[in-house]
Design a protein around this ligand. Sequence first.
Ligand SMILES: [Zn+2]
Length: 512
Amino acid sequence: MKQISRILPIFLAALLLTSSCVGKKPRVAIVGIGIECSTFSPARTTLDMFEPILYGQDIIESYPFFQDNEALLNRADWVPTIMAWATPGGMVTRECYDTLVNRSLRMLKEGMPYDGIFLDIHGAMSVEGLEDPEGDYITRIREVVGPDVLISASMDPHGCVSPTLAKGVDLITSYRMAPHTDRYISRERAIVNLLDRLESGKGKPAYKAWVKVPILLPGEKTSTRVDPGKSLYAAIEPIEAQDGVIDAAIWMSYPWADEPRNHGVVVVTGDDSAQVTDGARQLAEHFWSVRNDFEFVAPTASLEEVLEKAIKSDKKPYFISDMGDNPTAGGAGDVTWTLQKLLARPEFRKEGGKTLVYSAIPGPEMVAQAKQVGEGGHVRCEVGAAVDNRYAPPVMLDGTVVKILDRDVNDQVLIKVGSMLVVVGEERSPYHYKADYEALGIDPYQVDIIVNKLGYLTEELYEISKSGDWMMAQTRGGVDQDLLQLPYQHLQRPIFPLDPDMPDPDFEVVYM
Ligand SMILES: [Zn+2]
C-alpha cells in the first residue's frame, strides 16, 4: 500500500506528460482579414466586397501547400475560423470592420483552447475612425486567447508593422517577392515556423527585434524583379540561415494611407541576441543605403508622352499602365481621367487606326444596355466616375457592342469606339491575365496598345510585354504616384522621399 501510494503519483505524472507532449498534435487556429486601402480615395469598402468570405474547411482548401504537403497538414489539429480578404480599395467602413472582427473573435472563442494561431493578414487596412486596424485586431485577439498562445503572422510587404502589432504577435514574416509570386511560400513558412516552435517546446522566440526605417515608397519602385529591391530582399537569406535566427522580414509599407505607422520596418526573430540584433540592423541599414536607387520599374512619363511613344512604336502590344487608379493598389477603379483623354485623341477616332484596348471601366448601365441590344448593336451611355469623380466626370461612350461576357459576378461588355475597344464591367475590374482578354475575344499579341488600370505588370502580362513594350503613365486617381503632392498630415516626419535632406537615422533596435 505504501509502495503503491509512492508509485501512483509518478505513474500519473508520466501519464500526464505522455498525453500533453508525446504524440499529441498542437491545436492551431487560422484567422485573418486582408485588404490594402487608400485613404486618398473617396471609395469605401463594405462587407459585400469581402465576399466570398471563407470559413472552416474552405480556408484549409484555399492554401495550395496543404494540398501538396499532407505531412504538413497532419502536423496539427487545425481550427480554421474566418478568412476575409478583399481586392484593395477605399477605407473599410467601421460597420464592416466591426462585423469581421466580431465574427473572428466569436469563432476563435468557440474553438478554444489553442497552442498556436496562424494570423493571415495583409497589413495595410484602413478603417473609418480607427488608427492602426491590424494593431487593434491583434490586441482584441489576444484579449480572447490570452498571452501564452503562440501567434505567427504572414503579411504582405506593403503592410505596416506598428509597435502594437509587433508586440501582439510572436512570429512575423512577409512575402519577399513583388509581384507576390511567393505569397503562399511565405504563409507556409509562417506555419512551419509556428509548428517547429510548438513541437520542439521552444515556444516564443527569445528576441523579436523591430527597427523603423523612415522610408515610404510605392510598390512600382520597389519590385524585387530588379535592383535595388532584388538585392535587398536577397540579403534576408544569409541572415535567416543562422541557427539563432527564425525569420527575417522587410516591410516597404504603403504610401497611400496617412498614419504614423506608414514607414519601412525590419523585424528579425530568434533566440540568439547578437544574430537577431545584427541581422535587423544590417537589413535596416541596407534598406536605407539604397533609398535613392529605387526607381519606377518601367519607363515612366506623363500620359501624353507615353501615348506619343506608343503611337509611334510598331511593337505589339504596347502596354501602358494607368497607374493613378490601379484598383489592385487601392484605386476606386472608376476614374475616367485617362479614358477621357484617350477618347479625345484623333489617332483612335477612325476605324482602321491603331487598335487600343482600354481595360477597364465600370458602367453597369452600359452593360445592361449592351445586353438589351445584343452583340453588334449600338449603345450610347455614360460610364465611370460614380465613386471617384474628382479628376473627370463620367464619360459618354457611343459605340458598337462587340462582345457580351456573362459571368457569375461582374458581367463584362466590349464596346468599340473608333479604333478603340473599351472593356466595361458592372463593377471595377482588374485585368491581370491573358485569359481575361481572351474571354472577350481579344488576342493581346494582336493589339497595338493595351491601356490597363495597373501599376507594375503581373507576371503574365509582363511576359506578353516582352514581345512588345511597356511604359507606366503618371495618371490621376486614389493611388497617385506623385507622392510629394499627397496631403499627408499624420506620417512620422522626417521620412524619405518627402524630406530628402533628412539626416541618417540611428536605427534603434527595439525588442518587442
Ligand atoms: Zn503587396
